[in-house]
Design a protein around this ligand. Structure first.
Ligand SMILES: N[C@@H](CCC(=O)NCCCC(=O)O)C(=O)O
Length: 257
């Protein structure tokens, strides 16, 4: 059997705005590295093509989907969230690509792993909602909600708060203790949990930090933190990638192409 193929969601970057704008579809290398190095998989970058994306063809050919993080925020009309705050970054192409894909991925039993924005996308796809500005709306101060992207990366992605793992869940099975440490780089967070999602972990202030999709046929996990950051230096981060890899390999083994 060959390597499993993992689709990785890209985001839109418009440079040189105005008359001569140039568009990039980009993925940060830290999301690709664990797919290649820990999962032994073939990464397939998925551009945010919206309606131009043939979802059937895509999902017939991949063995897993990774929903990446991203600086942009989901447009609040997707969760009846009212207006965005002034200057809020958005990526409507990505919303139009990823949000309609998520339930199809799960319905087919294709393994799914959502990180940060990807975790929020899963919540919204299942009918949940988000706090648009954690530090104002919910006074949840733990989360690096006002992110300084100019900070050195090791400081930005350092573990900053505890994660309390729900007993009996997917995360509890793959970790070696009920309290772990996680990093945190997000201004938004889960307000209302989506239908059919099971909480897997919370931060000390009660914010949902991880969930799985109840009754999914395969691995379907979302995490608010960044397990792609130096995963071999944190046993839980690494275990999450290994569990995703196991699911992708068993999916590949049972699906002839
Ligand atoms: N924009 C959302 C999601 C946060 C997120 O995905 N952060 C990642 C930033 C860059 C990276 O991928 O490392 C929010 O602010 O909550």
């Amino acid at each position: 059997m060959g390597r499993p193929v993992i689709a990785i969601t890209a985001e839109t970057l418009d440079k040189h705005k105005g008359q001569n704008s140039t568009r990039y579809y980009q993925v940060m290398a830290k999301y690709v590295a664990p797919v290649v190095e820990l999962m032994g998989a073939l990464p397939l970058l998925l551009p945010p093509l919206g309606d131009q994306l043939d979802r059937d063809t895509l999902l017939a050919r991949v063995d897993g989907v990774l929903l990446t993080g991203g600086v942009s925020n989901i447009e609040p009309h997707h969760y009846q969230g009212g207006q965005s705050y002034a200057g809020c970054p958005h990526d409507p192409n990505r919303d139009a690509t990823v949000l309609p894909l998520i339930k199809e991925i799960v319905a087919r039993g294709v393994p799914l792993f959502g990180i940060c924005r990807g975790f929020q996308e899963m919540n919204v796809a299942y009918g949940g909602s988000l706090y648009q500005q954690l530090h104002i709306e919910a006074d949840l101060a733990l989360h690096n909600a006002v992110v300084d992207f100019d900070a050195p990366a090791d400081a930005l992605y350092a573990d900053v708060h505890d994660l309390h793992i729900e007993p009996g869940g997917l995360l509890a099975k793959i970790t070696d203790g009920p309290v772990q440490r996680v990093n945190s780089i997000h201004g938004q967070g889960i307000k209302q949990l989506g239908n059919g999602l099971t909480v897997e972990g919370t931060s000390p202030d009660g914010l949902v930090e991880a969930f799985s999709v109840a009754n999914a046929k395969s691995f379907a996990l979302g995490a608010q933190w960044h397990p792609e950051w130096k995963p071999t230096q944190n046993s839980m981060y690494e275990a999450m990638w290994r569990a995703f890899a196991d699911a992708a390999r068993s999916y590949a083994a049972t699906h002839q192409r």
